[in-house]
Design a protein around this ligand. Structure first.
Ligand SMILES: [Zn+2]
Length: 179
């Protein structure tokens, strides 16, 4: 579900290039508090959960620091199981995506292999909201961790927990590949 993040790679490499030469652009990216980013991501996901359920599509985007030093975000509309993040702002600090609506047969309550491998490749954490309202962080450190469980975010009215396999609180890339 994350092949759209391929476009983010060049932007991330650009950022790495900037910081390695210590130019003004990299130096101007303010330090952001991880707790603030997580709180911001939760509110963005909650605002996109209802249209995600109603339209049966993923939404995705970047969280970045705007010119005034505040957190802001981009929004892209995806399809039932894919979302193209488009270009990343230079001051991106994280990304996010939803998993659309609840559909039997889709393992949408846990991150996909591409979700986590994308975060590792790009070097940004990605926040994920599921139809059951689970709030995940796909860490650039290679671990997907459940921040809070079922019902933590707005949930799809059609969500059916009885149709799901058990969901763990944490997955490595190896864990996800072996599911
Ligand atoms: Zn995903």
């Amino acid at each position: 579900m994350r092949s759209g993040r391929a476009t983010m790679l060049s932007a991330a490499l650009l950022l790495i290039g900037c910081s390695s030469v210590g130019d003004e652009r990299a130096a101007s990216v303010p330090a952001v508090n991880a707790t603030n980013v997580q709180t911001y991501a939760k509110s963005v996901l909650n605002s996109l959960q209802p249209p995600s359920f109603a339209e049966g599509r993923e939404f995705c985007g970047y969280i970045f620091v705007d010119e005034s030093g505040s957190l802001a975000h981009t929004v892209a509309r995806g399809t039932v199981d894919f979302c193209d993040y488009n270009a990343a702002p230079a001051t991106t600090v994280a990304s996010y995506h939803t998993h659309g609506n609840f559909a039997e047969g889709y393992d949408s309550e846990i991150p996909s292999v591409d979700d986590l491998s994308g975060s590792v490749e790009i070097g940004f954490d990605d926040y994920l909201g599921t139809p059951g309202g689970r709030f995940w962080i796909n860490g650039a450190n290679g671990v997907s961790r459940l921040i809070c469980g079922q019902g933590c975010l707005k949930s799809d009215p059609n969500y059916r927990p009885d149709l799901l396999l058990p969901v763990d609180n944490q997955y490595t890339l190896g864990d996800l590949r072996n599911l």
